[in-house]
Design a protein around this ligand. Sequence first.
Ligand SMILES: C[S@@+](CC[C@H](N)C(=O)[O-])C[C@H]1O[C@@H](n2cnc3c(N)ncnc32)[C@H](O)[C@@H]1O
Length: 202
Amino acid sequence: MGTGPLGFFEGTEMPTAGWWEALWPNPAGVLAAVGLKPGMDVIDLCSGDGWFTLQIAKVARHGLAIDIDRNLLDVARHRLAEGGVTNCEFLAGNAYDLATLALRAADFIFMANAFHGVPDRVRLARAVRDTLMPAGRFAIINWHQHPREETMILGEPRGPRTELRMSPEQTVEAVEAGGLKLVQLVEAPPYHYGAVFERPEA
Ligand SMILES: C[S@@+](CC[C@H](N)C(=O)[O-])C[C@H]1O[C@@H](n2cnc3c(N)ncnc32)[C@H](O)[C@@H]1O
């Protein structure tokens, strides 16, 4: 069982320092590949310690980082302050409550390394849809469904338990059931894929 705050998604603990940076040496490149563009209002959902948030805020018009763990939000806040970035807010809360947490609709919602742990993925996808502008986009970065013992980083198997990992098809099925439409699947090597969805205009 997880030891995080109430409502914590299973298998989504922020890793111990070191190997995350080795796995994600180019977070800006990943964000560009899933469609982050200058001028967007962006939410980083389950933002962790801000490894992606910093790069989001450097490109976006405005960023909002949401995480259930206040301590990680503090780390992220510190990271962005050190980077001289001032266009991002930080909010503690459960991702399911996104639609009420966000005070305005977003152009782009980014969720990396957390969707696999969401118990009710359709509920989460609906909350995202309700928070997006029409034609706004939702990008998920997920571990591929490789056995954990095969996803070696710095000499050790890393990432969530094998049983928690989702295929692209499973991700697409859950998110489309929540009212969004797949627009793009991309690879995020060595072990991840990105799935990008759009909120229909009508
Ligand atoms: C593996 S970390 C990934 C962080 C960041 N997205 C990244 O890829 O660097 C997953 C994050 O999800 C957060 N989280 C877990 N359950 C949550 C929930 N119910 N609502 C919001 N955040 C949650 C955790 O606190 C953790 O920071």
